[in-house]
Write a protein of this length. Structure first.
Length: 115
């Protein structure tokens, strides 16, 4: 992966997220170059570029630096790909949400112990 790709500057954080979330830099760059939707980001001076690939949506968070260059701050795919940390986190959330009171206590303890 390259720090400068498709006219964008990619932060180490964004490159790490691409690797963890198991999708390519070229797929992510398509979200910027041919987005299906652009909206204001949650933080000041950021924009979210979203591209649909069938059932999946890739989102890039892009900011401008002092020279007006586009900086990719983060990227993700939703729903997350099977086996990734994001997928496991989502599975744990759904398990907790559907659990009864005693199971929720057990899930909290299990999470704290790192199981």
């Amino acid at each position: 992966m390259n720090r400068i790709f498709s006219g964008l500057i990619w932060t180490n954080h964004a490159l790490q997220r691409l690797q963890e979330r198991q999708f390519s830099q070229s797929q992510a760059a398509l979200a910027y170059s041919t987005p299906d939707q652009i909206r204001a980001g949650k933080k000041a001076n950021t924009q979210e570029y979203m591209k649909h690939f069938g059932e999946k949506t890739i989102t890039l968070i892009v900011s401008n630096n002092d020279r007006g260059e586009k900086i990719v701050v983060s990227a993700w795919i939703d729903p997350p790909l099977w086996g990734t940390k994001d997928y496991q986190k989502k599975q744990r959330y759904h398990e907790y949400y559907r659990a009864g009171p005693l199971k929720k206590i057990w899930l909290i303890i299990r999470e704290q112990l790192g199981f």
